[in-house]
Design a protein around this ligand. Structure first.
Ligand SMILES: [Fe+2]
Length: 352
């Protein structure tokens, strides 16, 4: 069972699963072990000149033809993502009209999200590239849930704990259903009073879910503490470092990434590299270092091999992610390699 076989890259088909992590000639990770391959990733491996890879031999007979299958996989992913958001909308609606919501419905949506746990590339592309700018609250909750799941996997948490994290991600902002819509939808800056009211959403959320039958204590704590910050500057309690539960630390990283990605999308500067840079520079001392580094080091590697447009209009390819500065990779422009940590004036403008 699960025998490893080495195959030629030309024999590689979508849905095969890598049995070993694949590195580029520069030692950068191109594809992690246990990744379900899709047409895009296989093409990326070819671009990097990889000629043989190790895969598990299960699932090799039903991999079918490349193009139509990978397209329908992507379509199915988006369809399921939109369905999760629709289901979640119903929960928020029920809460806003004062109905009690059972944990079963949340678990059902969490199951649907958890079923996508190995579709990491689709999750990342969905959040950073195809994001919805309307109906922010619903999609934000699903996004935070999916990101928390990725972090849980990258931190090698037990599957049952990662499933709880998915539920916590869904419920983290549920207290916003108790905040007046004028405040939630206000386009400009909030007044001091409005901001104070907005900050109550984590406590409101905690009270809303405390009556859910069978809810895990860690989910409740994560909802209550997801705005606590490492240096004690967060709310509602001003907890510091180790006082903040792990689930809340994970939600804080996922929440910050999705909020920054959305903000960038509005300003049409939607490159994940901007967000990596902001998180690495501005969140030091606020977010847990281990959780943040685990997140940035893993997610940034998904962009190796990506084509990007630079601020001077030239097209380049991302070659190497620098762990000192995740937002400034080494890129290849034509035959020239450019290290963005050294070369000033060149910026990544757009992901292609
Ligand atoms: Fe929040």
């Amino acid at each position: 069972m699960n025998r490893k076989v080495q195959i030629d890259i030309d024999a590689c088909k979508p849905r095969m699963v890598t049995a070993e992590t694949i590195y580029s000639d520069y030692g950068a990770i191109i594809v992690w072990e246990n990744t379900v391959l899709d047409a895009l990733t296989i093409n990326r491996l070819k671009i990097f000149g990889v000629d043989k890879i190790w895969v598990y031999d299960y699932g090799m007979t039903d991999s079918g033809s490349e193009g139509p299958q990978s397209r329908s996989e992507a379509e199915m992913f988006i369809e399921s993502y939109e369905n999760d958001a629709e289901q979640f909308k119903e929960i928020l609606h029920d809460l806003s009209v004062g109905k009690t919501v059972s944990i079963e419905k949340t678990v059902q949506i969490a199951d649907s999200i958890y079923a996508k746990k190995d579709q990491r590339r689709q999750i990342i592309e969905c959040i950073t590239q195809i994001r919805k700018v309307d109906e922010y609250t619903y999609y934000h909750s699903i996004n935070v849930s999916m990101l928390a799941m990725l972090i849980g996997k990258w931190l090698r948490l037990r599957p049952e704990d990662t499933h709880l994290l998915v539920q916590a991600g869904l419920l983290h902002d549920i207290g916003k259903s108790r905040i007046p819509t004028e405040i939630i939808n206000k386009p400009g800056a909030l007044t001091e009073e409005e901001a104070a009211e907005m900050k109550k959403h984590s406590e409101y959320g905690y009270y809303l879910i405390q009556y859910m039958d069978g809810i895990d204590r860690r989910i409740q704590e994560a909802v209550l503490y997801h705005h606590e910050r490492e240096d004690g500057s967060g709310y509602p309690m001003g907890l510091k470092g180790d006082q903040i539960p792990l689930f809340a630390k994970i939600l804080a990283v996922a929440d910050t990434f999705d909020a920054m990605t959305a903000e960038r999308a509005y300003k049409s500067k939607n490159t994940p590299f901007h967000v990596f840079q902001l998180m690495q520079n501005d969140c030091f001392g606020y977010l847990d270092t281990i959780v943040l580094n685990t997140f940035l080091s893993n997610i940034s590697h998904y962009y190796i091999g990506n084509k990007v447009r630079l601020n001077d209009g030239r097209i380049a390819e991302v070659i190497y992610i620098n762990p000192q500065q995740y937002g400034k990779p080494v890129i290849k422009i034509g035959d020239e390699y450019v290290d963005l940590t050294i070369t000033k004036g060149i910026k990544i403008q757009e992901l292609l």
